[in-house]
Design a protein around this ligand. Structure first.
Ligand code: NAD
Ligand code: MG
Length: 300
């Protein structure tokens, strides 16, 4: 572990580097974090837990890399057992996370598979209930983002895959999980700055993110009386595999995050505390909220 952790006071504008020309790189979807340069910081050596989620049973989708990986590591260090969802091609990244969770003294269950499939989503929640003994936290972090410049080139196949991954899976996982959740449980969805400031080249993706905000607000009201809270985290530009597999044009990666008030991209480690806060009892009176973690860009 490093001397620095998420509590160390420092200047946030220089806490992490700005992008440079060396950040231009390309991988095939879904990509591997371990093959990125620089490798994103998901809190592997820095996140320090203080028992905020002791005894919780958590499901994290997209847990192999990026923001989901940072949330999974933080949840484990805060005392939760974690079921990790990811795609089979991402096994190498996922195994690194398994190791970190076990080093934190928690249980890690893996279930690779495609969230675009309703039956798989149901099976994932059933596995959590069986192997973790229940489900207290559902962090929906998996997502698909592929830029297309012209609507004429945006295929129905891609539009459908983006909605299946980002929106339908959320519906299927929440539907299956709510049945098992006790009062005090928490669902955390992953929105984006794209919900408010859509890039023209992310027509399908940005539209799914505003759907996620609305889904979050509606479901939060529906399950409030059951003692279940539903919130969202809305990241700004964060250095993860998503960006190097066609989420952005490769050329644009050299200035990734430069247009935020802080002038730099975020790192996955900086998203984790938002997920921990919304998962824990500290946020007991907060539901239907979107927590923006975007380097200072104003949001509605
Ligand atoms: P990431 O590539 O590390 O994570 C995305 C994960 O989604 C993948 O690791 C993969 O496991 C999972 N996934 C994709 N398609 C899947 C499928 N069909 N079945 C199962 N799993 C699937 O990138 P990330 O940036 O950490 O993305 C996490 C979330 O953060 C996404 O919802 C993304 O939209 C959101 N987000 C990211 C940024 C950013 O700048 N990186 C900004 C705003 C929002
Ligand atoms: Mg991944």
């Amino acid at each position: 572990m490093s001397d620095q952790n998420q509590h160390t006071m420092q200047d946030p504008t220089s806490q992490y580097p700005k992008a440079t020309a060396e950040w231009k790189q390309k991988q095939q979807e879904p990509g591997l974090q371990k093959e990125m340069n620089p490798i994103p910081d998901a809190g592997e050596t820095s996140y320090r837990g203080t028992g905020r989620l002791a005894g919780r049973k958590a499901v994290v989708t997209g847990a192999d890399s990026g923001i989901g990986r940072a949330a999974a590591i933080a949840f484990a260090r805060e005392g939760a057992d974690v079921l990790l969802s990811y795609l089979p091609e991402e096994e190498a990244d996922a195994q690194e996370v398994v190791k970190l969770i076990e080093e934190a003294g928690q249980k890690a269950i893996t279930i690779p598979g495609d969230l675009r499939d309703e039956q798989f989503c149901e099976q994932l929640i059933a596995t959590a209930v069986e192997k973790l003994g229940g489900i207290d936290i559902l962090a929906n972090v998996a997502g698909k983002q592929q830029f297309v410049e012209d609507i004429a080139d945006l295929t129905t196949e891609q539009f459908d895959a983006t909605f299946k991954t980002n929106v339908y899976s959320l519906f299927w996982l929440c539907k299956a999980a709510v049945k098992h959740m006790k009062p005090g449980s928490s669902i955390i969805n992953t929105s984006s700055i794209q919900a408010y400031k859509p890039s023209p080249i992310l027509l399908d993706y940005a539209t799914t993110k505003s759907a996620i905000n609305t889904f979050t607000k509606a479901l939060a009201q529906q399950v409030a009386s059951k003692g279940i809270r539903v919130n969202a985290v809305a990241p700004g530009p964060v250095w993860t595999p998503l960006q190097v597999i066609g989420g952005q044009p490769t050329e644009k990666l050299a200035e990734f995050g430069a247009n935020t008030p802080m002038g730099r991209p975020g790192q996955p480690a900086e998203m984790a505390p938002a997920y921990v806060f919304l998962a824990s009892q500290e946020s007991s009176y907060i539901s239907g909220e979107t927590l923006n973690a975007n380097g200072g860009t104003p949001t509605p």
